[in-house]
Design a protein around this ligand. Structure first.
Ligand code: KG4
Ligand code: ZN
Length: 339
């Protein structure tokens, strides 16, 4: 089954052609970073407008790169939420129109489920059940994953998502947008032990997260060290971001392995934009070999938003005969078992 998959949940316009939910024939992503950069974050209204401009060229390119025509496509999968509603509606309306015009099957896909399923684009995908950590700009959640469509949420952030904390700290330090990749790079040359930022535990067995206290601690640290006329010294910035990143990674690693232990599972899958972070990947691998747990993390391009992962989920549902009708709508909040 050859699916055309479309992803427009935030600020990336993505289209992919995926064979049998596993093999990528094309995967095109058009980033809007240059549009939002000067605002230090995604401006929803601008994001929707840019999706409108990009959607037809990006889908056309995905078909061209895959070397297929629309006649050779068997179905259309599209992200329906969670995300920015204006952004989601562009992809969704486009997908519905295309399905109506071509008569192709249509399936709405949950963005979190797509992140959790990105690992199936890699060689030797894991067998169910496993612990899934989704850590992105909008979400930080731990699940017990029993199968496609079978998820039990074990914990989630009570305030900011981890990626959001990266972005906010980068904005505070005037480093640019999106903060995650910038901090990832800068932190390499900083001292992770320079400042002891807080790690929120939220109780002994809690699998919830909280990153707003950490963000506030960074704000307070910066306030306590007024910016000199020439700006903060390089070394200080590097130490702040390195110590901040260390605190985020500590909590993510600790809670993920705690969840694995609690659930008696030996497999962990990590996904979402923050899963592209080098320190997180390294520390997860180290802890995994220590605890004899298998950790799988998709390659960075499948961690951040992309349409190929939407094709994985779409295939699993269409294969089972589940499809969406034209009443399919976009939702900024969409629980994982909301189907
Ligand atoms: O999954 P994603 O592309 O979009 C959402 O669904 O949110 O995640 C984007 C988030 C942003 O907050 C970005 O700063 C963060 O992922 N991110 C990273 C890295 N690459 C992207 N955070 C830390 N380190 C990275 N290398
Ligand atoms: Zn995402």
């Amino acid at each position: 089954m050859r699916l055309l998959a479309i992803e427009t949940s935030c600020d990336d316009t993505g289209a992919a052609v995926v064979l049998d939910g596993r093999k990528i024939l094309s995967n095109v992503v058009s980033s809007q970073v240059s549009v939002h950069q000067k605002y230090g974050g995604v401006v929803p209204e601008l994001a929707s407008r840019k999706h409108i401009e990009a959607i037809i060229p990006i889908v056309t390119e995905a078909l061209r790169k895959a070397g297929v025509t629309l006649q050779e496509i068997d179905g259309i999968a599209v992200t329906q939420g969670p995300g920015l509603v204006g952004s989601l509606l562009v992809g969704l309306s486009f997908a519905k129109s295309l399905a109506f015009a071509t008569g192709l099957d249509l399936i709405g896909v949950n963005h979190i489920e797509a992140h959790l399923s990105a690992i199936f684009l890699e060689e030797d995908p894991p067998k169910f059940p496993f612990i899934g950590l989704v850590v992105s700009g909008g979400h930080t959640s731990l699940f017990r994953v029993e199968g496609f469509g079978e998820y039990k949420m074990l914990g989630q952030t009570r305030d900011d998502a981890a990626g959001e904390a990266f972005d906010k700290v980068a904005k505070l330090l005037k480093l640019g947008y999106p903060g995650g990749p910038i901090i990832d790079e800068l932190a390499k040359t900083g001292d992770p032990k320079a400042i002891r930022f807080p790690r929120a535990s939220l109780g002994k067995n809690s699998m919830d997260f909280s990153f707003s206290g950490l963000k506030t601690a960074v704000v307070n640290f910066v306030k306590a060290h007024p910016e000199p006329p020439g700006g903060f010294p390089e070394e200080m910035i590097r130490n702040i971001v390195s110590s901040f990143q260390e605190a985020v990674v500590d909590v993510l690693v600790k809670k993920t392995f705690q969840a694995a232990q609690h659930q008696g599972l030996k497999k962990v899958v990590i996904s979402g934009g923050v899963a592209a972070n080098r320190l997180l990947r390294q520390r997860m691998e180290e802890e995994a070999s220590e605890q004899k747990i298998r950790v799988r993390i998709p390659s960075p391009a499948f961690c951040t938003d992309n349409a190929a992962m939407v094709g994985v989920v779409g295939y699993e549902y269409l294969k089972r005969g589940v499809r969406s009708d034209f009443s399919l709508n976009a939702f900024s909040n969409l629980p994982l078992n909301g189907k």
